[in-house]
Design a protein around this ligand. Sequence first.
Ligand SMILES: *Cc1c(COP(=O)(O)O)cnc(C)c1O
Length: 459
Amino acid sequence: MTQPEPFRIKMVEQLNRLTEAERRDRIEKKGYNVFKLKSREVFIDLLTDSGMSALSDEQWARMITTDQAYAGSDSYEMLSSAVSDIFGFDKFVPVHQGRAAENILFSNVVNEGDFVVNNMHFDTTYANVKHKGGTPVNLVIEDAYDTRKKVDFKGNMDIKKLENFIDEKGVEKIPLIMMTVTNNTAGAQPVSMNNIKKVSKIAKDHDIPFFFDACRFAENAYFIKVREEGYKNKTIQEIVKEMFSHVDGFTFSAKKDGLSNIGGLIGMHDEELHRTCTELGIIIEGFPTYGGMACRELASIAQGLREATDFDYLKYRCKQVEYLGDLLHKEGVPITRPVGGHAVFIDAKRFLPHIPQEEFPAQALTTQLYIKSGIRGVELGSSAFGETDEDGNIIPAPFEHMRLAIPRRVYSLNQLKYVAESVIELYKNREKISGLERVYAPELLGHFMAEFKPIKGKN
Ligand SMILES: *Cc1c(COP(=O)(O)O)cnc(C)c1O
């Protein structure tokens, strides 16, 4: 049965469509980095789902009627009751986005030489661990690295690897075990409740705090409901509560499953941690009842959290992503399977086998898709996650993805069909695409500012 949108459209935004020649000119001027394009130079924007959600009329209504106070705004109360109802956490610190939550949490718990374990770090989480002198370690199951393998919960932590790692490094070097739900980096892949329970037990046995990177907790809960045995008849709210009953805290970006344009929070049960995070929050974000946001943003998040945990919404949402993935897969385009929560991940290693990873095939694909069709995806490969050795040689990342992230409640199925047709067209002409040379990259999160040029004599 078709899963229709559980909403209708009240307001539209006209899109701007440049010609191919114009786009070729713009991207060349921007060093072949799609982050540097103006939004108006993009026709369909699948760079990220972050902060790109269409707000509901209920969200706008609450944003207008809430007060705007430095201290004690009623939007803080709204957010407080949403956090308590949905996550079962009474203590939290609001922040302006997910990475601020990471910065504040890690500032309090990560010391020079520590290891932070995660199924797989997101780029900002990775950078924030490093920024505090720690080493981010990814212990996802091996299946996650095989983009072809259809496994229900490809985001799971490898339990053996986790146990061995703790034995090897010792608990005092591991201040935190994290789990990213869903695992964005490896293809928006969910984690099972069973895996969450196992990791939670190991963390408890070793007295190591266990936190979620909870940006896409609602999509993860949806996959538990439809894929994991024993959860079919549970509500999303019940599943979310159960997930969060196994952790000591979480970081969250409201720009994802908060269905909001900005915002984030850190949730925790520990009183001392709540105090130190609040205090640091005041220094770098603002007073705890607004957390670096306008008060109306807190109202948007409070309402967004409730809408994001609605089953009909989640089903529509995940089916929309699956629709795009299925269109591509049917035509042989290599994508990560199964299709995950918020995005379709195209495997550029298999799409462009003639381009070595040192020549950034996923970046080349991303720029070509923009030039040909005006669609902006994002590279999540050796530019985003690769490292360089002492001689400046590129150490390729395990994945070479072009991610097409679908903003929430924004694009129609026709628009996604156009995206699929555009990618399929590129796939048919893939031999014509050649690699890029990176001419500039800052050390941390370099892909945002990196510049490239076509390899000589090609493109
Ligand atoms: C988006 C995201 C973050 C960071 O959140 P921002 O709001 O962009 O700072 C962290 N972890 C994951 C898994 C994310 O998807």
